[in-house]
Design a protein around this ligand. Structure first.
Ligand code: C5P
Length: 315
């Protein structure tokens, strides 16, 4: 197990990062790379750097990729997908320098001042452009693996600084927190102590959403919503259900841009008779389930009526 206490100035709150790392007989090291679900997302304004100021509540979910790495002596960095990665998502995953895994590895290597090499194998389950943070989680996993592989003396704070330069969601997934309120671009994180197990059922339309486009098309609100009630609910305070407190400001723009997603949301709402939400910038949409039995029932109903597969996501 590798432990990463949070000491960086851009990390708020007293969390800690714990990730299980496995080693095999060929000296490959492997780590699980979970995704995230946004149960609240408000866009608080546009920043001078072109990004948007966010207030979002992210949950680490049970749906995860798996990333393995082994050292090589040629000084190159390479990445391939596992043979078991589903055909349907292979095409959307770049295996060159655009992939955040290689960006993360290169960022660590630069700080080592050494041309060490590494071969990554990614077993991908989380589709790209789905709003589930698959690529960001892969970057977080790569940072942890490279520090271990190359015996880098980088501190947790330094790892978090690199994370924030790679993408807005990387810090949350690097932190290992189960849930957090994330502010700034998304990189300022405050852990939420979640009081119970949470269950969701999620579906992804065929068409993904481009995050940049969704942010660009989002109209800034006249009145800001606050995550306070969602946070209180997750902490076990307050009565009632979670879903009436949930919200995602990016939904309207994403619905205008992805009619297939809008239709799916409407159909789901009609079938399961409960509010349907979008995670991040989409295009994954989801509903809240009462427990694991309810989640299985919802998944089965949608499978039968809409001929769609989905995921039960737990947090
Ligand atoms: O940080 P990340 O690379 O994941 O962001 C992808 C794109 O989403 C950015 O290039 C930006 O257009 C948009 N974005 C934003 N404000 C944020 C996060 C992302 O405008 N807080």
């Amino acid at each position: 197990m590798v432990s990463c206490g949070m000491t960086s100035s851009h990390i708020v709150g007293a969390g800690h990062l714990v990730n299980g790392i496995g080693r095999d007989s060929c000296d490959a090291i492997t780590i699980s790379s979970p995704g995230k679900l946004n149960v609240f997302l408000e866009v608080r304004g546009k920043r001078p750097d072109g990004y948007h100021e966010l207030e979002t509540v992210m949950l680490r979910i049970s749906l995860a990729d798996q990333l393995s790495v082994r050292r090589n002596d040629t000084g190159t960095l390479s990445l391939r997908l596992s043979d078991a990665t589903p055909e349907a998502i292979r095409a959307g995953i770049p295996l060159d320098g655009r992939n955040l895994i290689l960006k993360a590895a290169e960022a660590i290597r630069l700080r080592l001042h050494d041309r060490v090499g590494a071969e990554f194998i990614l077993h991908k389950r989380i589709p790209p452009e789905s709003g589930l943070g698959g690529g960001s989680g892969n970057a977080a996993a790569a940072l942890i693996l490279c520090r271990e592989l190359w015996n880098s003396p980088l501190s947790d704070g330094e790892l978090h600084k690199i994370a924030s330069s790679i993408g807005s969601d990387v810090n949350f997934l690097l932190s290992g927190h189960r849930a957090a309120v994330c502010r700034g671009r998304g990189e300022i994180i405050e852990s939420i102590p979640v009081s119970r197990r949470l269950h969701f059922v999620a579906f992804r339309p065929r068409q993904g959403n481009c995050t940049t486009d969704v942010f660009r098309e989002t109209r800034l609100p006249a009145e800001l919503r606050s995550s306070a009630d969602v946070v209180r609910h997750l902490e076990g305070q307050g009565q009632g259900r979670l879903s009436p407190l949930m919200f995602n400001r990016l939904t309207e723009a994403a619905q205008r841009m992805n009619p297939e997603m809008t239709t799916l949301m409407n159909r789901l709402q009609h079938i399961v008779r409960r509010p349907v939400f979008m995670s991040g910038s989409g295009s994954t949409v989801f509903v809240v389930a009462e427990d694991s039995l309810d989640a299985a029932t919802v998944l089965q109903t949608v499978r039968t009526l809409l001929k769609r597969t989905g995921w039960i996501l737990e947090c």
